[in-house]
Design a protein around this ligand. Structure first.
Ligand SMILES: Nc1ncnc2c1ncn2[C@@H]1O[C@H](COP(=O)(O)OP(=O)(O)O)[C@@H](O)[C@H]1O
Ligand SMILES: [Mg+2]
Length: 255
């Protein structure tokens, strides 16, 4: 059995009267790609927000690498090796692609944003090399000197992954990384995610693109209305009557 890098037990999150997440438990084994799927509003992003410290859960416990991290702050979790992308873009639009990655890398250090920008790259020689490695990995090297806002949408989404990688995470949480991508971009992203796994990263993936989810995940948890309704290997989940009902019963709202 591989080590469970993340263990979420009985997680509950209320917003006033709304129970957005209702007693959800799941684990993420080290080195694998675990999927979290479900219709819009199921509670997936809320679970991400709790796991990454952006939201204090109402109840339950979160263990990261065996350590209780429930209610830790986002920067503390990032320092422990937990990084995420956002469902909505979180780039620095006016900075170049390279400056974006550089800044994300140094925001993890105890320097201010302005100190980071004022620091010439040669003062951090290995940092510069790491930025280049990340840009190569995500096929963004040719865009390095362009403003982030000038990139096509699919590449902006890849730059978000680059920013998350800049903090050298052990566990990467991706929230709908293929949203808005065309099929070709989504296929390239699938290959990139597989490459990240080969490099030793553990991934927790929220995604609506079923081809991507079924193609990369080892194991999938299905959430509906804040509750887990199914889990298993992709082929198992794809044939689960409850899952088929949730997806086909709402044809058109999710794909
Ligand atoms: N900050 C918030 N305040 C109130 N309700 C919220 C908040 N964030 C999410 N919700 C609600 O919680 C539910 C789950 O949302 P979310 O986690 O974004 O779903 P998903 O990511 O699965 O589409 C939805 O009903 C949503 O409207
Ligand atoms: Mg969401």
């Amino acid at each position: 059995m591989p080590e469970q890098i993340l263990q979420v037990s009985d997680l509950t999150i209320r917003f006033g009267g709304l129970v957005a997440v209702d007693g959800v438990s799941f684990s993420v084994p080290q080195g694998g790609i675990t999927g979290l799927i479900g219709p819009n509003g199921a509670g997936k992003t809320t679970i991400f927000n709790a796991v990454t410290g952006f939201l204090a859960p109402t109840g339950g416990r979160i263990l990261f690498a065996g350590q209780d991290v429930t209610r830790r702050k986002p920067h503390e979790l990032a320092a422990l090796g937990l990084a995420r992308t956002f469902q909505h873009t979180s780039l620095f639009p006016d900075l170049t692609v390279r400056q974006n990655v550089w800044t994300a890398m140094h925001l993890a250090l105890p320097e201010t944003f302005w100190q980071v920008l004022a620091t010439p790259p040669r003062r951090h020689p290995d940092g510069e090399q790491r930025v280049q490695e990340i840009l190569d990995l995500l096929e963004l090297a040719e865009r390095a000197d362009q403003a982030a806002s000038s990139l096509p949408y699919g590449e902006q989404r890849k730059l978000e992954i680059a920013l998350a990688l800049a903090v050298k995470p052990r566990l990467l949480l991706l929230d709908e990384p293929a949203a808005g991508m065309n099929p070709e971009e989504a296929q390239r992203l699938t290959e990139t995610i597989q490459q990240l796994r080969r490099l030793g990263l553990t991934i927790l993936l929220v995604e609506h693109n079923m081809r991507l989810v079924m193609g990369v995940c080892d194991y999938i948890h299905v959430i509906e209305h804040g509750r887990k309704i199914a889990e298993g290997a992709p082929s198992q989940v794809a044939h689960d009557p409850k899952v088929i009902e949730v997806y086909l019963g709402r044809r058109g709202t999710n794909a």
